[in-house]
Ligand binder design. Structure first.
Ligand code: 5GP
Length: 177
């Protein structure tokens, strides 16, 4: 069924069952790969709150989770876009860190933010993203755990918003062509 969010119309794209199956797969993969390593998940708000919550329930090994917000602002020409993390109070030194993102689009946000995390010298740093728009990526980031490759079309639902609305949808919907 079509769904209206503010002035735009969206059509179904990923069902709750498809999302659930992907998250179970990712949770099992991570739990297997990180057995004995006590990983620290860092979920990037706001968009990833629903995904992070469901994914974390599928983690069957001891693990921690922390939530941050990224604020980006224009730096100088030489520094490019600057991204600051709000709420990152954990010490990442020698931790096995897994970033939880809702969607990697151009890759700009993560490619600006990852060097800051690496500066803290974690034991490892991996990316887990529910969605990836490969065609839109201008700043390639290696996604270690991925739910779905999607076309370069705007999506909402399951935590993702359009101007603040649509996050409460239990499925992912694509903007009507
Ligand atoms: P990037 O820096 O990779 O271009 O931007 C990633 C961020 O842009 C995501 O975390 C998300 O907040 C936002 N974003 C990119 N594409 C979409 C989309 O199709 N729908 C929504 N709701 N947000 C998007």
């Amino acid at each position: 069924m079509k769904h209206q969010v503010l002035d735009k119309t969206f059509v179904p794209y990923l069902t709750p069952a498809e999302i659930e199956a992907a998250i179970k797969r990712m949770g099992a993969d991570i739990s297997r790969d990180y057995a004995g390593k006590d990983p620290l998940f860092i979920a990037i708000l706001n968009g990833s709150f629903m995904f992070a919550s469901d994914l974390f329930k599928e983690i069957s090994i001891p693990a921690e989770i922390s939530f941050i917000k990224l604020a980006s602002y224009k730096g100088t020409e030489s520094t490019g876009n600057v991204v600051t993390a709000i709420g990152l109070e954990r010490d990442l030194f020698q931790r096995e860190v897994i970033i939880i993102e809702d969607i990697v689009d151009t890759g700009k946000t993560l490619s600006a933010f990852l060097p800051q995390l690496l500066h803290q010298q974690p034991a490892s740093l991996k990316i887990c993203s529910l969605l990836h728009k490969k065609e839109a990526t201008t700043h390639p980031v290696a996604i270690d755990y991925l739910g779905f490759e999607i076309p370069n079309l705007f999506v909402v639902g399951y935590g993702l918003d359009y101007n603040g609305f649509g996050r409460n949808l239990n499925q992912i919907m694509q903007i009507e062509a």
